[in-house]
Ligand binder design. Structure first.
Ligand code: ADP
Ligand code: MG
Length: 406
């Protein structure tokens, strides 16, 4: 078990075919706690895989250091780092059986003494003989025991003698997971491990990975682009954009109090609604001539910003259908998605023609083209300045979020 620290890590790849060097990570500081499940998200190309590959030892940082349990690892070979990586593409050895794949890392670890080597060769040579004639090797017995344990954990027992080409995608991914688990590393690295699976298998395997991680307590860095995986699997989420860390926090912190516009748009589905607003008083916003109240601690923070043009953010659940009065915003429905338990409406506000999305009950009759009135929940507003930075979450009263119990 170990914590993981990235200290001022920069990574620049040399330019390919005479092109300019590609600077991927900039001064990245990130600490993953011992036993934590950290989910890493960000748009394609932002450096997520690079970050994992640096930790695994498949790439070298340009500057900075990475520590695993206080031990600097940049100078260590991948095998010495006590980390195990699971890839999207499974990367199983095609010529080895499931058992062979599970045991591969175990057989390679630690050099063997000449006696152990002899025992292992005798064991190997006598493997196919009747059991009375087989020679055992303590090391092989240990490894086979471990393979059995891992196979039981992942329900791979009946598949141990199969080759990878005889497995389904989900089974292959379980073998890849098993291979990582078998080595009992200090850190698991998983790079979009479920993205090649169909939706149903993904849900099942997701639950299995979370359950295993909580049971084993192994520090885990998990890359995904799936909103559900990001929101449900980890203790915390790190959002990466263009090689810099945008925000690190619990899923609910990021969802409710995004640190900037990028996070507000990236975390949560649908993304946060954004509207250009002006602060006209403490607790008073104006949108195209409409006064909109803001409630709660953020209202006080607005006092020093009267007259400022800001971006106001509202989650879809903070807009609701309301009576047709002058106070409420008139809008026309442009699109509705029935999701079974609710409908997601996309509508255009008359004020300014802004498109917003809101959640309404499944029973509401709101066909495209219908005119509706909506009101904003006064406590749902989040505000962002012209640089996209959120007005800080007010500290008064509200309880500080605590990290979910590890
Ligand atoms: P992500 O996993 O977030 O999609 P990557 O870490 O794979 O992003 O890549 C980040 C950026 O680095 C991309 O622009 C990619 O093209 C570039 N890159 C990745 N690997 C190499 C490499 N070996 N050489 C040059 N550029 C690379
Ligand atoms: Mg990647």
């Amino acid at each position: 078990m170990a914590d993981v620290r990235f200290q001022k890590v920069c990574k620049t790849y040399p330019g390919r075919r005479g092109g300019a060097p590609v600077s991927v990570l900039h001064d990245l500081d990130l600490q993953v706690q011992d036993g934590e499940f950290l989910v890493l998200v960000g748009p394609s190309g932002c450096g997520k895989s690079t970050l994992l590959r640096l930790l695994a030892g498949l790439e070298q940082p340009s500057t900075g250091e990475i520590l695993v349990g206080n031990r600097p690892v940049s100078q260590l070979r991948p095998a010495q780092r006590d980390v195990a990586m699971v890839f999207q593409s499974y990367a199983l050895y095609p010529h080895l059986t499931v058992a062979g794949n599970l045991g591969f890392g175990l057989r390679r670890s630690r050099p063997r003494s000449p006696l152990e080597q002899l025992q292992d060769s005798l064991h190997q040579a006598s493997r196919r003989l009747p059991s009375a004639l087989r020679l055992t090797s303590p090391r092989e017995t240990r490894i086979e025991g471990r393979i059995g344990e891992v196979a039981a954990m992942l329900e791979l027992g009946p598949l141990l003698d199969r080759l990878p080409k005889e497995l389904s995608g989900g089974q292959k991914q379980r073998v890849a997971l098993g291979r990582a688990i078998a080595r009992q590393p200090a850190v698991f690295l998983m790079d979009e491990p479920l993205s090649n699976l169909d939706a149903k298998l993904r849900t099942g395997t997701r639950a299995q990975i979370v359950e295993l991680q909580r049971r084993l307590g192994t520090t885990t860095l998990y890359v995904t682009h799936d909103q559900v995986e990001a929101m449900t699997m980890g203790h915390r989420i790190a959002v990466l954009h263009a090689g810099t860390l945008q925000q690190l926090g619990t899923p609910m912190e990021l969802y409710q109090w995004p640190a900037n516009l990028f996070v507000a748009q990236f975390i949560g589905s649908p993304p946060m609604n954004l509207l250009p607003v002006e602060v006209v008083g403490p607790g008073q916003l104006q949108l195209e001539g409409h006064r909109l109240p803001v409630d709660g601690p953020l209202a006080e923070a607005m006092a020093s910003r009267v007259g400022h043009q800001l971006t106001g953010g509202l989650r879809a659940e903070h807009l609701r259908l309301a009576p047709a009065t002058n106070r409420n915003l008139r809008a026309s429905v442009s699109h509705s998605e029935a999701l079974g338990n609710e409908q997601l409406l996309t509508c255009r506000l008359e004020a300014g023609g802004h498109l917003v999305q809101l959640r309404v009950g499944p029973e509401e009759q709101v066909p495209p083209g219908a005119t509706i009135h909506v009101e904003a929940d006064p406590s749902g507003w989040r505000l962002f300045d012209s640089s996209g930075t959120a007005l800080p979450r007010p500290r008064s009263g509200a309880q500080e979020p605590v990290l979910p119990r590890l």
